[in-house]
Design a protein around this ligand. Structure first.
Ligand code: F6R
Length: 608
């Protein structure tokens, strides 16, 4: 999704803005631009396409100044071209601004402004904000912004430069993230932490309709009416290296390899090293509350939804707690009923996914308790939910979710154990046995990762595949959905995941000579059933790859088998997902796809 950077200080700002935009490029974009104040005028340069185009133009025509804003745009209103790219200016060039989010009432605002004589040059909702603030500006930038915020509806993060106030960057947001921080050489703003990390680890997140005014010597904060407020500073624990590729060719591969450590870091937060047991205070429900729970509803999108499907299996199997899992974009427009006292769990890596946020706010309005599973401190979901169970995956830069998914699954598993214990479904010893097994997973995951060449060889052999089928039962079906999603988004291969027992109700008609089928068969009690389902497709010509949980034994039903170290069935998803992620990665590499920024995708989906 779009990225924002802003800087004011003692340094030439162009290299700082370009570096910041570079560190946000992972979010996906199709045009980029900067505005720099030289003390008298605001100069704007924007280009369609990758940052390199903008850099080339700026190399020909350098902009000089110590205060500026920059943007990478992922087109929503209006095609991706230089005119629609940000920054946008008002018609008198009194200000320039960059915007993330969507202005919902831009049409009536635009009509009114046009009647008042405003001439628009772009098709964007963002230009409406620039013209609106320009029309309200009477010499006091803060007041003009406060007044404009009263008139605009929707989600926004804005960074604004005013011609008459050179050296100052104004930032406001609502529903789209904005983070600011002061460093040795000035003040910095961005829509995401990686852009700030080269300069400071002490950051402040703006909340709903708050404003930050950045000057070279510090940052001041204001509420929606422009009254001064005090904000807390958060220290970012991960460093800039965590957001770099290191020796890996792509962030996605690096992040797949980081999964054992991400798991260790996450488990450590929920399981006390001293007692070896679940930390009492970290989980959302007391023993009394856990006992009263009748049902949980999990709402999320994409990979986080797939993690939720595993969560359902954990909650129902271990804690005997009925659990519903819904895709947020469906849930928010459905008539879903809820029981009094039914909590909603929202799972989100970014904490900024628009549909998940909408579901969360619906739950809050109805008085439901909201519990987040989230990777980003300071994100909207982490801030607004009643409780947040953090995942400790560190920054996930590649668009495809990998380590965030695995850590979400871990948090759900640990929460299920906590609930199972409190609800009297498991004894302390049974929980300890599960934890002991969980502790062995990161090391076993490393052993799976060591076999990546086998996955690569398979991918190279099947590089021309046009479609693939994933089949599995129980936990494996949820896993198949995630494996299939990875292949679609990274290798652009049409894949579908089926509950293996459903094949004969229609899908099997698609199986023909040479059809590629990935059979995930990690659940011991379901192996005989899986063997039959594999046989059904094998005899119809399918070429089957089986992913198994130390069980071997399915060799006669498949042409290739990846058998990973044995773990209890409930923990198999942690290991089985790794070869599926690697398969998508190596298929994507072999097919020359854009691995870290797949076409048409953005890292966090802040629009509906
Ligand atoms: C897939 C992927 C997406 C996200 C989804 C939810 O690899 O990354 O499907 O999982 O957009 O995003 P978050 O977790 O940020 O709410």
């Amino acid at each position: 999704m779009c990225g924002i950077v802003g800087y004011t200080g003692s340094q030439d700002c162009m290299p700082i803005l370009l570096r910041g935009l570079g560190s946000l490029a992972y979010r996906g974009y199709d045009s980029a631009g900067v505005a720099i104040s030289d003390g008298r005028e605001i100069a704007v340069v924007k280009e369609r396409g990758k940052l390199k185009n903008l850099e080339d133009t700026l190399a020909q025509r350098p902009l000089v100044g110590t205060a500026g804003i920059g943007h990478t745009r992922w087109a929503t209103h209006g095609e991706p071209n230089a005119v629609n790219a940000h920054p946008h200016v008002d018609q008198n060039r009194k200000l320039a601004l960059v915007h993330n989010g969507i202005i919902e009432n831009y049409r009536p605002l635009k009509e009114r402004l046009m009647q008042e004589g405003c001439a628009f040059v772009s098709e964007t909702d963002t230009e409406v904000v620039a013209q609106l603030i320009g029309s309200l500006y009477q010499g006091d930038p803060k007041q003009a912004i406060v007044e404009a915020m009263r008139q605009i509806k929707g989600s926004f993060a804005l960074a604004i430069l005013f011609r008459d106030d050179p050296g100052t960057v104004y930032c406001v947001c609502d529903g789209s993230p904005m983070v600011v921080g002061s460093g040795r050489t000035g003040s910095f703003a961005a829509s995401d932490i990686p852009a700030l990390l080269p300069y400071t680890r002490k950051v402040t997140f703006l909340e709903k309709r708050q404003m930050a005014i950045l000057r070279p010597d510090g940052i001041s904060f204001y509420d929606r009416d422009g009254n001064p407020i005090t904000k807390t500073v958060t220290r970012v624990e991960w460093d800039v290296e965590a957001a770099k590729k290191g020796n890996f060719e792509h962030f996605m591969l690096k992040e797949i390899h980081e999964q054992p450590n991400a798991l260790i870091n996450t488990i450590r937060q929920y399981v006390s090293e001293r007692t070896g047991f679940l930390r009492e205070s970290i989980f959302p429900w007391s023993t009394e509350e856990a006992g009263k729970l009748k049902r949980i509803r999990i709402v999320s999108c994409g990979s986080a939804y797939h993690a939720g499907l595993l969560g359902k299996k954990f909650f129902e199997h271990l804690a005997k707690l009925p659990t519903e899992v819904e895709v947020a974009s469906e849930y928010r427009y459905s008539d879903a009923l809820f029981e009094p006292g039914e909590p909603m769990m929202l799972i989100s890596q970014s904490g900024e996914t628009a549909d998940t946020i909408a579901a969360m706010r619906m739950a809050k309005e109805r008085g439901q308790q909201t519990v987040a599973v989230c990777n980003v401190i300071g994100s909207t979901i982490a801030r607004e939910c009643d409780r947040t169970l953090f995942t400790y995956a560190g920054p996930e830069i590649a668009v495809a979710a990998t380590k965030s998914y695995v850590t979400q699954v871990a948090v759900l598993y640990l929460t299920a154990l906590d609930l199972a214990y409190r609800r009297g479904c498991m004894t302390e010893q049974a929980v300890r046995d599960c934890l002991e097994a969980l502790h062995t997973v990161p090391e076993k995951m490393r052993r799976v990762l060591e076999r990546q060449e086998q996955v690569q060889a398979y991918a190279n052999r099947h590089v021309t595949a046009r479609k693939m089928f994933f089949i599995g039962r129980g936990l494996d079906h949820a896993l198949c959905l995630e494996g299939a999603l990875k292949l679609k988004e990274i290798a652009y291969i049409h894949t579908d995941a089926y509950a293996a027992g459903e094949l004969k109700h229609g899908t099997i008609a698609l199986i023909e000579d040479g059809s590629l089928v990935v059979s995930v068969a990690t659940q011991r009690d379901l192996l005989p059933k899986m063997a039959s389902n594999m046989e059904e497709v094998r005899v119809r010509g399918a070429d089957i790859l089986a992913v198994t949980n130390g069980t071997g034994g399915l060799g006669e039903h498949c042409s290739e088998q990846w058998d990973f170290p044995t773990v209890p069935d409930m923990l198999a998803p942690f290991l089985a997902i790794v070869p599926l992620q690697l398969l998508a990665y190596y298929m994507g590499v072999a097919r020359g796809c854009s691995i870290d920024q797949p076409r048409n995708l953005a890292k966090s989906v802040t629009v509906e």
